[in-house]
Design a binder for this molecule. Structure first.
Ligand code: GLU
Length: 319
């Protein structure tokens, strides 16, 4: 069987928080326990929100925990560049491939119009585009382009996409009501995460995508993009999210528990890995351990299905 290629894909909009570290540990264990390798890609697509110092800090944090990668970051590799901000010409060619299939249309809707015309998504508050601009004539497009730069959307087919998640099992989504026509490039020219992540994972030969459960509902539209672009579809494994003791989602913006803060409070990297492994159900007690030592203990079925509330007192400063 071909070698497993997993990846870390942090967005450098803040320091990695405990939930990002938890997910990175599982991604590393999932790939390495199968003799695989890991690449690291810096997802700085949104240049305004990204900072190079956070990208560097993410590398130092992963290294400090013993989550070494084989390609990307400051080791570079055969698929360079590994910074999404450097890959816009590549995304343009991928977008053109979709345009050539007649599947892309310009959307001139303002934020307010989108808000008014969209039906709320049942599961996670995401909104489904009502298709307002799908039927514009070439004349209307030309007229509107004079006053407004359009976003570009993919017209999704009336199709159900099914896949089996390594952790959450069989999943399916009927695209028109599950995701609707989604954005490939924003009106300011920034390529959408959905397009960039598929194009990059495809071109970089990623075979295993491990990431937080919050992206489970994006997976069917990404599988559609893999098919349309002709890249092999990787396997997907989503992880439960870590929640602060009150049940709140962790967020980079709130400065929740970054590694440097935990080390300053006296924890060692092995303490942090041991506590994360405990939350993942891989060890019975939160004792110091290295990722390497966890390898024989890793299996997806030990991980909880539900999101994990971090018990008060497990990490100093949380709870
Ligand atoms: N860059 C995304 C994040 O930091 C991860 C995207 C992915 O894993 O597909 O949340």
């Amino acid at each position: 069987m071909a070698q497993v290629v997993g990846r870390f894909a942090p967005t450098p909009s803040g320091q990695l928080h405990l939930g990002n570290l938890f997910c990175s540990l599982i991604a590393w264990l999932a790939a390495k326990s199968q003799g695989g390798k890991i690449l690291l890609r810096n997802e700085d697509l949104d240049v305004e929100r990204s900072r190079p110092e956070y990208a560097l800090q993410a590398q130092r944090d992963l290294e400090a925990l013993g989550l070494f990668w084989d390609e990307g970051g400051d080791c570079s590799g055969p698929h360079a560049p590994y910074d999404q901000s450097q890959r816009f010409p590549f995304y343009r060619t991928q977008l053109e491939r979709l345009e050539n299939q007649g599947l892309v249309y310009p959307c001139f809707c303002s934020r307010a119009q989108l808000h008014a015309a969209s039906a709320p998504h049942a599961s996670d508050g995401e909104t489904i585009y009502a298709g307002t601009c799908r039927g514009l004539s070439p004349q209307e497009v030309e007229e509107r382009s004079k006053t407004r730069a359009p976003a570009l959307r993919l017209q999704v087919p009336e199709e159900t996409i099914a896949f089996t998640d390594l952790h959450y099992g069989p999943q399916q989504q009927y695209l028109p009501t599950g995701c609707g026509d989604f954005i490939l490039r924003r009106s300011d020219g920034v390529y959408a995460y959905q397009l960039a992540v598929v194009a990059d994972d495809g071109a970089m030969g990623v075979t295993q995508v491990v990431r937080g459960r919050d992206l489970l509902s994006s997976t069917p539209r990404q599988i559609l993009l893999y098919r349309l672009l002709g890249w092999p579809v990787p396997e997907f494994g989503h992880t439960p999210l870590l929640l602060a003791p009150g049940g709140r989602r962790l967020s980079k913006r709130d400065g929740d528990q970054c590694l440097s803060g935990l080390l300053e409070k006296g924890l060692t990297p092995r303490d942090v890995v041991g506590r994360l492994a405990f939350l993942a159900g891989l060890v019975e007690e939160p004792c110091p351990i290295t990722p390497e030592e966890l390898l024989p203990r890793f299996s997806w079925d030990k991980l909880p299905q539900e999101d994990v509330v971090v018990p008060a007192g497990l990490f100093p400063g949380i709870g």
